[in-house]
Design a protein around this ligand. Structure first.
Ligand code: PLP
Length: 402
C-alpha cells in the first residue's frame, strides 16, 4: 500500500491513527501515547483551556488512567480518585492536599509504615511541618494528642497496623478529628475496599499502595488517592500534574485488571488467614498469634463490626517461641512454598521478618515497645490451598527449633 510520501516518512507514520472501532472494547485499551492530536487547533485549545473535556498529555490523564481512577472512586465510594506511580507518591500527594504550612502538625499513628514516617520526618519536617505520634488504638491517648497545642492539621493512620495487626476504630477516630476540624487521611493498604470503605466512615482521604491487594499479583507498583469532596478533585489532579509521580498506562492496566478479582481473592485470603491463625494458636513452637479473627485479639469485636463481609483481613503475625534472629532466619530458610518477601497482598502467601525489613532502622528498645519481638513473623495469606500452607509452616517451625 504505497503512499505519496518517501519511505522514511512512511516508516514514521504508516498504520498510525486508525479510526476508533465501532465495537466498544470490553476492557479499556492500553493508551501508551504521550499526546493527542485534534482535527483543528481550536479544538485542542478548548481542551487545554478546560472548556471541552479531552486528553492532551499523558501526565494530565489518559483513558487508561481514567478507567482505573473511576473504578477506584467507585469502590471506595469517593467523589474522585487519582492514581500514582507508587503508594509513597500517593501518600505524599495526600499530605500536599491537606495544604500543610510551616508550623502545622501531622498526628500519625506510632506504628505507621516506616517509609511513611520517613516521608513525614525526613521530607516534610525540613519545611516546618512537624509530626507527632500517638497510639490510634488507645482512645484516651489519641484524645490527649488531639488536644495538645498546636492541634494537628491532619491525622494519618492505617486501620490494620503493621506488623502486630492492631485494629483502629476508623469511625470513632474520624468523629474525634471532625470535632476539631482536622483532616483524616487513612492508608487503607492492608484493608482493601471489599473489607473497609473509610470514606463512608468519615475519612477525608483514602490512600492505597495499589502494589498490594488492589493489583494483587506482585507485578505492578502503584498508588491511589481517593477523596470524599468533589471540590478538591481539581487540586488533587493539579498535585499529580505538577509533582509528576504519575502511573504508567501499563501498570494502570494491570492494577485495573487485578481489581476485577479483588473480592474473590480477598475472600480466599481471609479464609486462609483464619485457618492458619487457628492452627498456629495451638502450635508447640508458637508463643503468640496476632490475628483480629481470633477471639483473644484485643480488637476482635471492633474488627468484626468494622470489616465488611464477616472477614477479619488476610494479614497476621505470630511469634516463634523463645524466638531470636537466628531461629527466625532458620524458619524463613526452611520454607518451601511460602515466600519470604518484603511485600504483601499478593496471590502468593508471603512472610516477612519485621526486624530485618520494615523495622530494620528501629532500635531494639523501640521494637520491644511496639511489640516487635525477635521471633515475630508477619504473614500475608495468599490463594494456595490452606493444607499446603499449613504443612509448610509446620515443617519450617520444626526445622527452626531443631
Ligand atoms: N503504605 C503501606 C501500609 C505499605 O505497606 C506500603 C509498602 O509496603 C506503602 C504504603 C508504600 O507503598 P509502595 O511500596 O507502593 O510505594
Amino acid at each position: 500500500m504505497a503512499s505519496n510520501y518517501a519511505f522514511e516518512t512512511e516508516a514514521v507514520h504508516a498504520g498510525e491513527r486508525q479510526p476508533a472501532p465501532d465495537g466498544l472494547p470490553t476492557t479499556t485499551p492500553l493508551y501508551v501515547n504521550s499526546t493527542y492530536i485534534y482535527k483543528t487547533v481550536e479544538q485542542m485549545d478548548a481542551v487545554l483551556g478546560g472548556q471541552t473535556a479531552g486528553y492532551v498529555y499523558n501526565r494530565y490523564g489518559s483513558p487508561t488512567l481514567t478507567a482505573l481512577e473511576t473504578a477506584l472512586a467507585t469502590l471506595e465510594r469517593g467523589a474522585a480518585a487519582v492514581a500514582f506511580g507508587s503508594g509513597m507518591a500517593a501518600l505524599h500527594a495526600a499530605l500536599l492536599l491537606c495544604e500543610l504550612q510551616a508550623g502545622d502538625v501531622v498526628l500519625a499513628a506510632h506504628d505507621i509504615y516506616g517509609a511513611t514516617l520517613g516521608l513525614l520526618t525526613k521530607l516534610m519536617d525540613p519545611f516546618g511541618v512537624h509530626t507527632r505520634l500517638a497510639d490510634f488504638t488507645d482512645a484516651a491517648a489519641l484524645a490527649a494528642a488531639l488536644e495538645q497545642a498546636p492541634r494537628p492539621r491532619a491525622l494519618l493512620f492505617e486501620p490494620i497496623s503493621n506488623p502486630v495487626i492492631k485494629v483502629a476504630d476508623v469511625k470513632r477516630i474520624c468523629q474525634m478529628a471532625r470535632r476539631i476540624g482536622t483532616k483524616v487521611i487513612v492508608d487503607s493498604t492492608f484493608s482493601p475496599p471489599c473489607l473497609l470503605q473509610p470514606l463512608e466512615l468519615g475519612a477525608d482521604v483514602v490512600v492505597h499502595s495499589a502494589t498490594k491487594y488492589l493489583g494483587g499479583h506482585g507485578d505492578a507498583t502503584a498508588g491511589a488517592v481517593i477523596i470524599k469532596d468533589d471540590a478538591r478533585a481539581a487540586d488533587l489532579r493539579m498535585i499529580s500534574k505538577l509533582a509528576g509521580a504519575i502511573l504508567s498506562p501499563f501498570e494502570a492496566h494491570l492494577i485495573h485488571r487485578g481489581i476485577k478479582t479483588l473480592v474473590i481473592r480477598v475472600e480466599r485470603q481471609c479464609a486462609n488467614a483464619m485457618k492458619l491463625a487457628e492452627h498456629l494458636t495451638g502450635h508447640p513452637h508458637v508463643a503468640r498469634v496476632h490475628y483480629p479473627g481470633l477471639s483473644i485479639h484485643p480488637q476482635h469485636l471492633l474488627a468484626g463490626a468494622q470489616f465488611r463481609g464477616g472477614h477479619f483481613g488476610a494479614m497476621m503475625a505470630f511469634e516463634i517461641k523463645d524466638g531470636h534472629q537466628e531461629k527466625a532466619f532458620r524458619f524463613l530458610n526452611a520454607l518451601r512454598l511460602i515466600i519470604p518477601a518484603t511485600t504483601l497482598g499478593d496471590v502468593y502467601t508471603e512472610v516477612s521478618y519485621p526486624p530485618m525489613s520494615s523495622h530494620r532502622e528501629w532500635s531494639e528498645a523501640e521494637r520491644r515497645n511496639a511489640g516487635i519481638t525477635a521471633g515475630l513473623i508477619r504473614l500475608s495469606a495468599g490463594l494456595e490451598h490452606h493444607e499446603d500452607l499449613w504443612a509448610d509452616l509446620d515443617q519450617a517451625l520444626s526445622a527452626a527449633t531443631r
